[in-house]
Design a protein around this ligand. Structure first.
Ligand code: FES
Ligand code: FES
Length: 155
């Protein structure tokens, strides 16, 4: 189905043009038009953080962002956070610390943690907790997620 509006987005450094309804969210463009399924659709109403991406380096809920409003901005998804196709230190730390259970929250957690570590390279436990307070893990793996962020910072 075509929506009649061409939307051009810069995602992970590359330009993508999609034909979509002007009311389409960035999350739906990523997942359904561009097959970038790293950002997850959890609540689809801005609560869980599973859809977190970076807009101009700042965390944003892709489910609440209209794709049309993201033109001209630098969008970074979990797919753009790897290190030349290899797991980044932060991503590897999630694996090494057993911070991934079902994995549904993981990309949002990593994108948010990535932004946190850019601003604060050595956060305390409390600062990681605060930084990740908008990301929900239904498997309740918070302790290991915090450990993963802290060990990535130390590493
Ligand atoms: S899917 Fe966007 S915040 Fe839950
Ligand atoms: S690992 Fe399952 S929701 Fe977090």
């Amino acid at each position: 189905m075509t929506g009649g509006t061409m939307i051009t987005l810069t995602i992970n450094g590359a330009e993508h043009s999609v034909d979509a309804d002007p009311g389409t969210t960035l999350l739906d463009v990523l997942r359904e038009k561009l097959s970038m399924t790293g950002a997850k659709k959890g609540c689809n109403q801005g609560v869980c953080g599973a859809c977190t991406v970076l807009l101009d380096g700042k965390t944003a809920r892709a489910c609440l962002s209209l794709a049309l409003n993201c033109t001209g901005r630098e969008i970074t998804t979990i797919e753009g956070i790897s290190d030349n196709g290899e797991a980044s230190v932060l991503q590897q730390s999630f694996v090494d610390n057993g911070a991934v259970q079902c994995g549904f929250c993981t990309s949002g957690m990593i994108v948010t943690s990535h932004a946190l570590l850019k601003c604060n390279p050595n956060p305390s436990v409390e600062e990681v907790q605060e930084g990740l307070s908008g990301n929900l893990c239904r498997c309740s793996g918070y302790r290991k997620i915090i450990d993963a962020v802290r060990s990535a910072a130390e590493g």
